[in-house]
Design a protein around this ligand. Structure first.
Ligand SMILES: *[C@@H]1O[C@H](CO)[C@@H](O)[C@H](O)[C@H]1NC(C)=O
Ligand SMILES: *[C@@H]1O[C@H](CO)[C@@H](O)[C@H](O)[C@H]1NC(C)=O
Ligand SMILES: *[C@@H]1O[C@H](CO)[C@@H](O)[C@H](O)[C@H]1NC(C)=O
Length: 359
């Protein structure tokens, strides 16, 4: 049933049959999600985040109804949300690993709202491997400070099996990838030693966690050495992003590729050869036909590789304006939620049937 539906859906969306050959619908994906952005607003790609720039997607804090959005998405079969936040927000603009109690409590309102839906919830530090322009462990905050930050976050959530720890959003222009892997290792060790022994931890490579250059950038080899304190790799998952616009930046409405040949196939090959898994925590495109077509192909292919790819998380809903170029913000009409074109035609598990929990 699901397979038949998938084929007819893809056939309708795609003019070529090539994808049908490549993307045999096999086992379903484990996760489909949406980024619920807002606590990261005010962050730049140089890791400069201004705490006061955050726009919490929390109705009680005079924001948009992020809880309502997540409840709506869960009804359609989504089962994970990524919750970006600036490091500076959590420490109230101090370069420290010590959390500001008031700020952390506000962010945790969103984490708790997310958990209340029954979904998995990813804590994502949205700092591009930096704090105010300086790279963690390479001129910026020490690995010790970074580890302290993660230790404090993880000790709060150590008993919550549905919290996922996203070590860092989109490192880029990292001078020494081996040194970066050591920073990631310090976070992993801190999370596990804080008592969060079993949860998933996402390991981010350079080039904005590019799925396309994950292997060629050296990220794969460097991150493959990051271990749990017991020497295993259990639940240490590679974090990858991919956008389908012409420059891969995720800033243009139109999509021009499904990313299969240049990104997903080589990535899956590496993962399989190395006994590892990856999670695509950002992908998406504009609310236009080209993105409906290419994103459908991309995620159907991921499903065909679900032995090594856990799932996808769309960018983005939360506090974005509904006319943001990559908006996945549903609008509330008074009687119900209305999804964007890309969500309703491609990314929603209700329509694509790519997720295990949706029959
Ligand atoms: C975690 O669970 C342990 C054992 O049940 C309990 O003692 C501890 O208070 C809990 N910690 C948190 C932060 O919830
Ligand atoms: C990169 O970092 C590693 C680990 O800190 C270090 O051993 C190595 O010498 C560094 N490489 C260069 C070229 O600086
Ligand atoms: C839902 O969105 C579509 C596309 O933007 C629009 O045409 C339709 O009127 C909306 N429906 C409701 C109930 O808001």
């Amino acid at each position: 049933m699901a397979i038949k539906f998938l084929y007819s859906f893809i056939a309708a969306a795609v003019s070529t049959t090539a994808v049908l050959v490549n993307a045999k619908a096999s086992a379903p994906l484990r996760f489909a999600g949406v980024n619920i952005a807002g606590f990261d607003f005010g962050c730049g790609t140089d890791g400069t985040c201004v705490a006061s720039g955050a726009v919490p997607p929390i109705h009680k804090l005079s924001g948009i109804d992020g809880l309502g959005q997540m409840q709506h998405f869960v009804k359609d079969g989504y089962n994970v949300f990524r919750l970006p936040v600036g490091w500076q927000y959590l420490t109230n603009d101090k370069m420290t690993g010590v959390l500001d109690a008031t700020q952390f409590a506000k962010y945790n309102t969103l984490v708790s709202d997310c958990l209340s839906t029954g979904a998995y919830c990813e804590i994502d530090i949205h700092n591009y491997a930096r704090y105010n322009g300086q790279i963690i462990g390479q001129g910026g905050p020490s690995n010790k400070i970074f580890a302290e930050l993660w230790s404090n976050i993880a000790s709060h959530w150590k008993n919550e099996t549905k919290v996922i720890f996203g070590v860092m959003n989109e490192p880029h222009d990292i001078p020494n990838i081996t040194a970066w892997a050591a920073s990631v290792q310090s976070a992993v060790t801190a999370i596990r030693k804080a008592g969060a022994k079993t949860q998933m931890i996402l390991l981010p490579g350079t080039d904005y966690t590019s799925a396309k250059t994950f292997v060629s950038s050296g990220s794969a080899d460097a991150l493959a050495k990051v271990k749990n304190p017991d020497g295993t790799f259990t639940n240490l998952i590679m974090d990858v992003h991919r956008y389908l616009d012409y420059d891969g930046s995720g800033t243009n409405a139109e999509c021009v590729t499904n990313g299969i040949d240049d990104s997903w196939t080589p990535l899956a090959t590496w993962l399989r050869a190395n006994g590892r898994k990856a999670f695509n925590t950002e992908t998406g495109g504009g609310n236009v036909e080209s993105c409906v077509k290419y994103v459908s192909q991309e995620i159907a292919y991921q499903a065909s590789q679900s032995d090594v790819i856990l799932g996808y998380i769309g960018w983005a809903a939360g506090s974005f304006a509904t006319n943001y170029v990559l908006s996945q913000v549903p609008s509330y009409s008074g009687t119900g939620w209305n999804d964007t074109l890309l969500v309703s035609m491609a990314m929603s598990p209700k329509i694509n049937k790519l997720i295990a929990t949706v029959a």
